[in-house]
Unconditional design. Structure first.
Length: 349
């Protein structure tokens, strides 16, 4: 059987916000793109870890959820017809005799392109599980490490374990939906944003949530149905009755095969030239949380800026015989044509 090789201008490893906006910036520069992502849907960390969690620092968007941000980015890049290869890991990267980059996934998909954009965030996110036995029997039904649908916890008795931003955020967001919320942490100090801690303590004072300073020791239940968690404090062991445990002990990021792609690494991050966000290997770029440089801030808006400068350099590689022209989408009829904008109405047709 003849191997099918997909041909494109750029292959983007990672379909989170950085990868999706890269499609937009590349598209404005007449660069087509294929995206590879290990998840089964676009959105990256936003879609996987907090699809319904509010995000407040997207420019000109006072608030949106991870799912809404993904939806808006998908709508924005639609004119450029990106091709997605989802549920696949970019496993191998090599240079062909013709000078193209060849990416092969763990499912045998082969993509050849002139440039490669690494936008894989910190890699694959794996939750740190509490060091107790028997969790596996309740995972997905009574034990959770992320919230996909808030409404799934409506009317339930919830114990949220942890002391960081994720734990506090979900205490505040799920309190109006759940019949009972208990925050469980081993000490009465929290690593979350001060405002979140203040709001949590206010809810405790008002009797709207419970706060337990104790250690999580175990789980109780039958036939895969969670009935409670075992805790230990200064008074000894006791049981908190609940039907859902949300454990937020942090995440472990595994960079995976990207670490073997031949680019220079620094503490599992990829150093880049901030004029172009090119790595140590010409033609391979890194944007978003996967890269590092002096002053780096791991913000979505930073990734958007990086994507714009990356696309400018990628243009030189993909279109070596053409002169780069800097243009504004507000005034360029050429760019507006690419976006399908109806000039008479000033919006997408």
């Amino acid at each position: 059987m003849t191997e099918t090789i997909h041909q494109t201008d750029a292959v983007i490893v990672g379909a989170g916000p950085a990868g999706l906006f890269a499609v937009f910036e590349l598209g404005l520069n007449d660069i087509t793109a294929h995206l590879v992502d290990i998840l089964d849907r676009p959105g990256g960390q936003c879609a996987e870890l907090y699809p319904e969690k509010p995000i407040y620092d997207i420019p000109a968007v006072p608030v949106c959820t991870g799912a809404e941000l993904t939806q808006r980015l998908m709508e924005q890049i639609k004119p450029f017809g990106p091709v997605f290869h989802l549920g696949q890991m970019a496993e191998k990267l090599e240079k062909t005799e013709s000078g193209l980059w060849r990416v092969t996934t763990d499912r045998g998909t082969v993509i050849e392109a002139k440039v490669v954009v690494l936008a894989a965030g910190g890699g694959s996110f794996v939750p740190k599980k509490p060091p107790i036995k028997g969790l596996e029997a309740y995972e997905g039904t009574g034990v959770f490490y992320s919230v996909k649908k808030m409404d799934a916890f409506r009317g339930r008795r919830i114990v949220i374990a942890g002391g960081g931003d994720s734990a506090l955020d979900w205490v505040l967001n799920l309190q109006p939906l759940a019949s009972e919320v208990t925050l469980l942490h081993r000490r009465d100090e929290f690593r979350a944003a001060p405002d979140s801690v203040t709001r949590m303590r206010r809810l405790v004072e008002e009797g709207r949530i419970n706060l337990k300073i104790a250690q999580l020791m175990g789980v109780k239940g039958e036939d895969g149905v969670l009935q409670g968690v075992v805790i230990k404090d200064e008074k000894g062991e006791s049981t908190l009755f609940c039907d859902a445990l949300l454990a937020f002990y942090g995440l472990t990021m595994k960079l995976g095969p990207v670490a073997g792609f031949g680019v220079a690494m620094e503490n599992e991050l990829i150093p880049v030239n901030t004029a172009s966000f090119e790595t140590s290997v010409p033609g391979i770029f890194a944007i978003g949380d996967i890269n590092t440089y002096p002053g780096k801030m791991k913000l979505i808006l930073s990734a958007f800026h990086e994507a714009a400068l990356m696309a400018k350099k990628a243009f030189e590689i993909v279109h070596p015989g053409r002169k780069y022209r800097f243009q504004y989408t507000t005034s360029s009829s050429d760019l507006q044509g690419k976006l399908g904008v109806d000039e008479s109405k000033g919006k997408a047709a």
